[in-house]
Design a protein around this ligand. Structure first.
Ligand SMILES: *[C@@H]1O[C@H](CO)[C@@H](O)[C@H](O)[C@H]1NC(C)=O
Ligand SMILES: *[C@@H]1O[C@H](CO)[C@@H](O)[C@H](O)[C@H]1NC(C)=O
Ligand SMILES: *[C@@H]1O[C@H](CO)[C@@H](O)[C@H](O)[C@H]1NC(C)=O
Ligand SMILES: *[C@@H]1O[C@H](CO)[C@@H](O)[C@H](O)[C@H]1NC(C)=O
Ligand SMILES: *[C@@H]1O[C@H](CO)[C@@H](O)[C@H](O)[C@H]1NC(C)=O
Length: 407
């Protein structure tokens, strides 16, 4: 008995020691003269490095501007999908990092370790994250997207590797994530670990607004939909909604049982989940000169969606009417940003889009300013501060973007 306790203590000590030598738990990214004192929120993304995945925070000031804060070790590894050489879409996904505003935590996938980590947010300093518990198994391989319910007590993740499918957890602030019984479900994709894509990989997982269904977009022209029981368990099989070519990011149209999906095979798709004939549920729209329209964000201030094209460094603003007809409002060039994961947050009364500018190894803040009036507001370099701080980082690995605004 005594010796087993001693062994446990020794192994706990040695893993702590390992973590603190090879991979420091925290790396400061403060730039001289930056102020975090008046932060009203933060944006989070991950380095997704195979040698050790860090979650990076940047505080959001009352003017909506970002200031890099620090990187915290997730106790997991990142990964990059196949084939090589890697592009700017390591995980072929949107939603690899998520935030719960209600329970004040950040969750991220560790695609190279098949785990999910959760961190508590300190509201008095939203750049400061504290790992809760230990990373938990993702229930499959190459987890690439996650979703959190409104109450912040449930998290579901999708895996895109050889063992692919979904898996759900309860969240509480003391223990972190606990697997929910009968929630590990297969997608049945013929895949590899790491996943080979982008085609034939899952892209994003989200709850329906009533949280009675779990939806995953798959870049094989369909959405997979599971029914969720009151105890959080999932139907054994999923139903499919066919449509699009390579449906990628998913965002519900406010007030509608319909989704907008970015789609690098065409531009974007509108899925009408209330359509009586499931095969007629999707309408795809071509974005002219589209190269890789993989990500998206929605702004309440403009009432529009922003489809994000990494290949052309272009934002396409799209309006979707209550009858689900859509129009392209305007297109914006983001120079050579190579924008990927993005999220809109409201600071004061203004909406800002926080974008991971992967190709520039930076972050770009876009001020929404109402419909058709978006403009680049701030550019933040990540490469320089990371180099100074000795934090391994690579533009082809960076993934995820989620924001938290203090209440
Ligand atoms: C799975 O994919 C591999 C590689 O493309 C292929 O060789 C194999 O036949 C596929 N298996 C099935 C069951 O479709
Ligand atoms: C799920 O799918 C399998 C294989 O297609 C089928 O045998 C089974 O009856 C289905 N289960 C339910 C509950 O629909
Ligand atoms: C929406 O599009 C359909 C056909 O594409 C058209 O019949 C209908 O009038 C449009 N509705 C609106 C409100 O534009
Ligand atoms: C990525 O950056 C390089 C170097 O600045 C530039 O030549 C290239 O056009 C950029 N790509 C995109 C899609 O903006
Ligand atoms: C980033 O990753 C690519 C692809 O693995 C590699 O070729 C390149 O050398 C890396 N760059 C740095 C600065 O490590």
């Amino acid at each position: 008995m005594k010796s087993s306790v001693l062994l446990a203590v020794i192994s706990a000590l040695s893993s702590t020691a390992l973590a603190s030598c090879d991979t420091p738990p925290r790396v400061s990214l403060y730039s001289p003269g930056s102020s975090h004192a008046g932060a009203v929120g933060a944006a989070y993304f991950m380095t997704n490095e195979p040698t050790g995945n860090y979650l990076v925070s940047a505080t959001i000031g009352s003017d909506g501007k970002l200031a890099l804060y620090e990187a915290v070790y997730t106790e997991g590894n990142g990964a990059h999908g196949l084939p090589a050489p890697p592009g700017l879409d390591a995980l072929f996904s949107q939603g690899s990092v998520g935030v719960s505003s209600s329970q004040k935590f950040v969750a991220n996938v560790n695609a190279g370790s098949n785990t999910v980590s959760v961190f508590g947010i300190d509201e008095s300093n939203p750049g400061y994250l504290t790992l809760i518990g230990k990373p938990v198994s993702s229930g499959g391989e190459f987890p690439n997207s996650l979703t959190i319910n409104n109450a912040g007590n449930r998290v579901c993740v999708v895996n895109g590797g050889k063992i692919n499918g979904v898996s759900c957890y309860t969240f509480n602030a003391k223990e972190g994530l606990t697997p929910i019984k009968n929630s590990v479900r297969s997608l049945g994709l013929n895949q590899t670990t790491p996943a080979t894509g982008p085609p034939n990989t899952p892209s994003q997982i989200i709850f329906s607004p009533d949280e009675k269904q779990l939806i995953v977009s798959v870049k094989a022209g369909f959405l997979a939909v599971w029914d969720i029981d009151s105890d959080g368990s999932l139907s054994s099989n999923f139903s499919t909604v066919d449509g699009g070519v390579l449906p990628f990011s998913l965002i519900f149209v406010p007030g509608q049982n319909a989704l907008v999906a970015s789609d690098p095979g065409v531009g974007y798709d509108v899925f009408d989940l209330a359509a009586t004939t499931r095969s007629k549920a999707a309408v795809s729209t071509v974005i002219p000169n589209q190269k890789a329209a993989c990500w998206s964000a929605y702004s309440k201030e403009s009432g529009d969606f922003y489809i994000i094209d990494v290949g052309g460094s272009v934002l396409t603003e799209v309006h979707v009417s209550s009858s689900l007809n859509s129009t392209i409002v305007k297109q914006y060039s983001l120079g050579t940003d190579g924008p990927i994961d993005s999220e809109v947050a409201t600071v004061g009364k203004k909406d800002f889009m926080y974008t991971l500018a992967a190709n520039a190894t930076g972050l770009t803040v876009v001020s929404v300013n109402g419909p058709g009036k978006a403009e680049v507001y701030q550019r933040v370099d990540i490469a320089g501060p990371a180099k100074t701080a000795n934090l391994p980082i690579n533009s082809t690995s960076l993934q995820g973007l989620a924001t938290f605004i203090c209440q």
